[in-house]
Design a protein around this ligand. Sequence first.
Ligand SMILES: N[C@@H](CCC(=O)N[C@@H](CS)C(=O)NCC(=O)O)C(=O)O
Length: 305
Amino acid sequence: MPEIILHQYPNSPFSEKVRKIFAYKRIAWRSVEQPVIMPKPKLVPLTGGYRRIPVLQIGADIWCDTASIIRKLDELRPQPGLYPRGTEAACHAMNMWADRRVFWSTTPVIFEKLAAVVPKEFIEDRSRMMKGANFADIGSTAPDARRQLRAFLEILDRALSGQDFILGGAFSLADAACFHPVWFLRAEPSAFAIAQKFENLMRWFAQIDAMGYGEVRPMQPDEALAIARESVPVKNLDSAVLDLDGLVRGNRVSVTPDDYAFDPVSGRVVINTVHEIAVEREDPDLGTIVNHFPKIGFRISIARE
Ligand SMILES: N[C@@H](CCC(=O)N[C@@H](CS)C(=O)NCC(=O)O)C(=O)O
């Protein structure tokens, strides 16, 4: 197994989702701690502009977004599986629901209290990232968010009333995905108290929490950069290039998240499958880097040449 490096920070909920998958699949990994706000001078050369966390690195290949990270980890270590007994579609639906709905109901509830104590640089950074939204004002949406959060948690609690895991008797992607927003609530006691009212949810939470993070060793950011510099991206990609939407190998494109942190990454297409777009770029310090993105949740624009 190649050395698996995750760029992350301890309080990152989306990293928590991946950390649980490392634990479940017993994958040994290296942790590079990155800043919580911009600038991220030891991350952006690897990503070509993408600033979100987590980011997976293997040599000079970089996977952005938990969807492409988890797909890669599952390819590297298929067993134990993330999709027991035909639950794959349900897992992806739950994953999307947890990331895009449940998670966003937690942030106003948590930051209603925390906004007064977190550094103003954090508030400014997140307001810029959300393009126009004022993060300092997030508390004003807290009452609605709290109502929605409680309803989301009740759905999970009911699902867990007669079974140990969200989709049945075995751990699945749905558990890692639904765990991270509940875990994030622990950052603020009155927010976590909403979840603590749900008994089945808390039993499940304790069980997933106890899984830990697998075998992890820290790595300095400079070491990760040196690994990228000394590696070449994996080249046997031809079979993965399909002619979808008229995009073929060598087309110059830029890839940008469709929800927030709209930083485009530009390069030439090297992989274009139903689920993945990967672009090759030249970094002045690191040399050739390939950045992998999921199709779901990203916009691709073709540059005129
Ligand atoms: N859809 C992305 C979301 C990632 C995300 O929003 N991560 C948060 C941290 S948990 C983030 O990047 N926040 C801004 C930052 O850390 O700079 C994924 O699944 O990876």
